[in-house]
Design a protein around this ligand. Sequence first.
Ligand SMILES: *Cc1c(COP(=O)(O)O)cnc(C)c1O
Length: 225
Amino acid sequence: MSHDIAAEIRRLHSELPEGVRLVAVSKFHPAEAIREAYDAGQRLFGESRVNELLEKEAVLPSDIKWHFIGHLQTNKVRRLVGKVAMIESIDTERLLELVDAESRRAGVVTRVLMQVHVAREETKFGFSADELLDYFSRHAYRNLTNTHICGVMGMASNTDDTDRVRADFKAIADIFGEVHRICGDELCGFDVISMGMSGDWPIAVAEGSNLVRVGTAIFGERQYT
Ligand SMILES: *Cc1c(COP(=O)(O)O)cnc(C)c1O
């Protein structure tokens, strides 16, 4: 526990260019660690499990904005809606429709990102480029009443090959641009490109990211036990 969380938060904020926001990914770290980051000025936190997010949300300051960044099971949507500033990990049309229905039921508007899958790993969640462009070409989002699609989220391949990583981030940014081309002004407020983690955020920012999700570099290694 020798990690100086406050110093890492300050260092990241000084290194990130103007206009790039930081999500401090606090999954698997205790509320006290989040409190340290909060006291250093951080207000935006990312969690990947619903129960964990709700437990922390209940005991931490109410001006924290929570982003959900993990795979969201449909049976947990109802509990999450209304508690989060953004769901970054919409990975199917069915999940999106469910978030919309539950948001309508709760009388809230939920801000979301569409997760795109470009990395080599077989198991990663997300829309393929084709699936996502198809969704926007059909203008299916016109049926949403209580969901605001704010942009895209994606991950690069987990590799030391920085050319590969750069190509993956460029692919995500290209998909974002293509959605803009398809939908024009109709998608107002579609302006978030969430990409970049502890090991690769500088490359992501160079390729157009304006929201980075950094965990390990702030809080240290996660204890999964
Ligand atoms: C865990 C996680 C991160 C943070 O990864 P680090 O390597 O610890 O910075 C970012 N994005 C998503 C979607 C994650 O699940």
